[in-house]
Design a protein around this ligand. Structure first.
Ligand SMILES: [Zn+2]
Length: 95
């Protein structure tokens, strides 16, 4: 189980670790792989079968930790809250 505070902290530490970041908006087709939010596990991109391409289905921030390592996180923290609540993985306490 995680708390709201832990989610906030996790997102903050990712932002601090990253050397740069970029935002990918819903509908963007510059993605070539499935992407998941590292905080809540929500799918951020989806395969368009007949085009054999991926499309962004959830606006997210991509953090570049170095040349090799990238992490994706929902742009909206409420998306993480909602997803984790739905999965029953979030403690329903404030603070
Ligand atoms: Zn998320």
């Amino acid at each position: 189980m995680v708390t709201k505070k832990e989610i906030v902290e996790k997102r903050k530490s990712l932002a601090q670790l990253a050397s740069k970041s970029g935002t990918f908006f819903k509908g963007d087709k510059r993605v070539r792989t499935p992407r998941l939010c590292v905080v809540c596990g929500r799918p951020l991109s989806s395969l368009i079968l007949h085009e054999n391409k991926y499309i962004v289905i959830q606006t997210h921030t991509r953090y570049y930790l170095n040349d090799m390592f990238k992490l994706d996180v929902c742009a909206d923290i409420n998306s993480c809250y909602r997803t984790l609540t739905k999965k029953g993985e979030m403690e329903n306490v404030d603070g």
